[in-house]
Write a new protein. Sequence first.
Lengths: 321, 357
Amino acid sequence: MPAWNIIQAVNDALKIEMRRDPRVVVLGEDVGKFGGVFRATVGLIEEFGADRVIDTPLAEAGIIGAAIGMAMYGLRPVPEIQFSDFIFPAFDQIVNELAKLRYRSGGQYSAPVVIRTPVGGGIKGGHYHSQSPEALFIHTPGLQVVCPSNPYDAKGLLLSALRQDDPVIFMEPKRVYRAARGDVPEGDYTVPIGKASVARAGNGMTVLAWGAMFHEAEKAVAEFDAELIDLRTLWPLDIETIVQSVQKTGRCAIVQEAPRTGGFAAEIAALVQERCFPHLQAPIARITGWDVPFPYTLENDYLPLAPRISQKLRELADYEV
Amino acid sequence: MQPAQKIDKPPIPRETLLRLYREMVRLRTLDERMMTLQRQGRVGFYGAATGQEAATLASAIALEPSDWIFPALREGGAMLLRGFPLVPYLCQIFGNSGDETKGRQMPSHMASKSVNQVSWSSCIGTQLPQAVGAAMAARIKGDRTVIAAYLGDGATSEGDFHVAMNFAGVFKAPVVFICQNNHWAISVPTAKQTASESIAIKAQAYGFSGVKVDGNDAVAVYLAVKEAVDKARTGGGPSLIECETYRIGAHSSSDDPTRYRDEKEVEEWKKRDPLDLFRGRLQSWGMWRATDEDALRARVLEEVNAAIAEAEKKPDPARESLFDDVYAVMPWTLREQREEMLAAPAVPRPDAKNIAG
């Protein structure tokens, strides 16, 4: 098995599915000849041609709007939004159109669009190349949100996303795009949407993380008797795996790169306390980005990196009612 | 305002002309009845096409049944022209269980895959990039399909309009943009939407042709749209057609146009009623007599009233259907919430007249 990074895994998944399913088309800014600014679509236009690998004008609302129309017409478009910070010109198309199309048409139309977009900071990208907007999409009925942390899951989840009938926001953690390497089987396999992975077993606490911050959490839990869960799919959330773990450990921490208030960690905390209240031995801890625009110089102060996670996990472990 | 241009011989097959006229009369009748029902509190909201029947229906009839329509607010009637039955159409307006779209949207947001007319949102202009995407897909798949993308004059101010026009031009997509310039976007006149000399001229900036036609002249609309559709179908790329027409009624049942426009302007446009203009042409070609008109009006009114009676008695959608079709497969969150809702006390929906919009 080759040891690949996430970009190679994504690229491989796209190639596999485009060979298998002629309905799959890729579109976006710089995805064709250039192969994408992160190189995730490299080689596709050479193999599949300009009809299926489409360099579009620079307009995110157009990319997503066109993808919706293509999907309604029977294609399986995979638009790339170059950075998730640039997704907001398409926010109306995603929230008001893509997410509601099946519902508002009484199930007559669906839009199986998989929006690939690099998320997160830690790459010296400042306000506009660093954000983590997952909560906005989780809050929108009709969308699914996926965020793998490693190449194996990236390939398997992308192949799953391309083979089901509802829209997916496929968030790729760009801080670990190349750093997170791992064995990836050649050929076809899938990782199911909606299933978390228990990355490390433990009994003293449950730590939930995803995407780039999963790797920070992994470093931090080394000194604790902690069960570490990689959510992989953010929505629909694998609540069963989480509840099973927290009922066992009685303590729960959630690591989230996005700003704290109204973030996904808050929703997870609500779900956990509804289901695990008698088991909880400490308040649920949120270790998150701060409620500030993503900074340029001070990004390591913003991010919930391993040292800050460790400090909070120590408090969580020591907490007594 | 100019009278419609004289045409000595019918340039369109007789059967098409007569079918179009019958549909225009049916739509006028339906709109009148719906506005009455709305005032009686039996319908929550309605957006009539009164005065715009030529732009709506003469454009739609120029399409083939396999072509797709991405409509805006006033093109629901095109579905009827394309063979969609009146009763389920009315059930959409009543929002009841006879509605194919399951009572999910406000009235005048009807759609049916059976006639290739897609579901639209109230967010102005969003259907336009989607229409271009569908057209790109048709070309990628090698189909002959042409996509008709409808919009109003107000929509030309939206970013999505420019995005769609640009994509259409760049990809030479088989799409025809049909703008119903009815002079008013709720209360804002076209002169405050754009400083361009016309809407049609905007197409030049995107590298394709735009034409302005008398939108109250059914024959002119048909010929312009037909030419654009034929061009798109044979690889000639997109077109923009501006149908200059007039919204005789209010924007919707929730609007009061006397607060912002001069009734004299409305009276002037009523003299150019698209039904009168079209009937005049049919009469001049010897295709229509006064007795035909009386018979048609009576038959259509009877048909509409019978359909209303049948549609109105259907029950509301089942409560639990609230959670269907959010996803293809219902996730655990929605299963849980459905149980929670069903266990909670039911509150009947308010009288239709209380629905906002």
